[in-house]
Design a protein. Structure first.
Length: 275
C-alpha cells in the first residue's frame, strides 16, 4: 500500500512539473510584434553615397541609394543640392543626379528617407562640402612711364594696368601740368601721352596713378628746366660784354668791336702821323 502511494505521488509530481514547464516554453516561442525590430533593421540596410565629397555651386553630383527591394517613398534632400530625383537602377539600387545649389561655402548634410518593405523607416546620411571656385586674384594695378626724366616739351607715355572692369584711369603730376587721361584697350591696359610742362622747374615730381577714381601708385619723375624736347642739351645764351670790356686788336683802326669814343683817339693819332 505504501508503495502504491509513493508511485502515485511521483506521478502527480511529474505531471505538475510538466504543466509548469509548458507555459514557460509557450512564452519564449510567441512571435514578436511586427514593428519591434523593423526600424532598426531597415535603417542598417540602407545606404547613401555621393559621387564627390565636395564641389562648387552648379557642379553635378551623382547620388546612389541602396535599400531593400520593394522599398518605397525614397527621397534624398539637402540644402546643398537642387531637385534630387531618384530612378530605379536594379533590385536594391536607385540613382539620381543633382546640381550643387548656390549656397555659402561650408559643410552640408544630405539625408535619405524612405519606407522599407516591412513598413519600417529607412534612413541614411552623407556629407557634402560646398566651396565656391576661388576666382583668380585681381591683377595688381601698376604704373609704368616710358621715361623717368624729361625737359619741357618732352613726351612721356604712361601705361596703367589694372582689372578689366575698371571704368577709368589717369595720371596726374605737376611735371605734366596736371591730369592726363588714359585710354583703355578693353582688357585692363590704359595708355596716354603726357608732355612735360613748359614752365616746369628743375627737380623731382610725383606722378600719381588713379584707377576707378582711387589712387593706387606714385612714381618719381625728374625734370630739368630749359632746353627743347628730344633730349637735346640746354644751350646757354652768351652774356654780352660791357663796353669797358671790349678791346681793339693791334693794327686795327676801327673793327666795330670797340665803342666809337674809344676808337676816336687812335684815328686822330694815325691822321697826325700821315700828315
Amino acid at each position: 500500500m505504501r508503495k502504491a502511494v509513493t508511485l502515485a505521488a511521483i506521478a502527480l509530481t511529474s505531471t505538475l512539473a510538466l504543466g509548469a514547464a509548458a507555459p514557460a516554453f509557450a512564452t519564449d516561442a510567441s512571435p514578436s510584434p511586427s514593428g519591434s525590430h523593423g526600424a532598426s533593421s531597415s535603417d542598417s540596410s540602407a545606404s547613401l553615397q555621393l559621387s564627390v565629397a565636395s564641389g562648387k555651386p552648379g557642379a553635378e553630383v551623382k547620388v546612389t541609394v541602396k535599400a531593400p527591394k520593394g522599398s518605397t517613398a525614397l527621397s534624398v534632400s539637402s540644402k546643398a543640392l537642387e531637385d534630387v530625383r531618384l530612378s530605379p537602377a536594379g533590385d536594391d539600387a536607385w540613382t539620381g543626379t543633382a546640381k550643387i545649389a548656390k549656397v555659402a561655402d561650408g559643410n552640408y548634410g544630405v539625408s535619405l528617407t524612405g519606407t522599407a518593405p516591412d513598413g519600417g523607416k529607412l534612413q541614411a546620411t552623407a556629407q557634402l562640402t560646398v566651396k565656391a571656385e576661388t576666382p583668380p586674384p585681381a591683377p595688381t594695378s601698376s604704373l609704368k612711364l616710358s621715361a623717368d626724366s624729361g625737359r619741357p616739351g618732352d613726351k612721356v607715355v604712361a601705361t596703367v594696368k589694372t582689372a578689366a572692369d575698371v571704368k577709368n584711369a589717369y595720371v596726374a603730376s605737376d611735371a605734366f601740368g596736371g591730369r592726363v587721361d588714359l585710354k583703355s584697350d578693353g582688357h585692363g591696359t590704359w595708355t596716354g601721352t603726357a608732355v612735360v610742362a613748359k614752365g616746369v622747374k628743375t627737380g623731382y615730381y610725383g606722378v600719381h596713378a588713379f584707377a576707378g577714381g582711387k589712387e593706387f601708385d606714385t612714381v618719381k619723375f625728374s625734370t630739368e628746366a630749359g632746353g627743347g624736347g628730344g633730349g637735346k642739351p640746354d644751350v646757354k645764351p652768351v652774356t654780352p660784354l660791357k663796353p669797358s670790356e671790349h678791346k681793339t686788336p693791334k693794327g686795327s683802326v676801327n673793327t666795330g668791336q670797340a665803342p666809337a669814343d674809344t676808337a676816336a683817339p687812335a684815328d686822330a693819332a694815325e691822321a697826325t702821323t700821315h700828315a
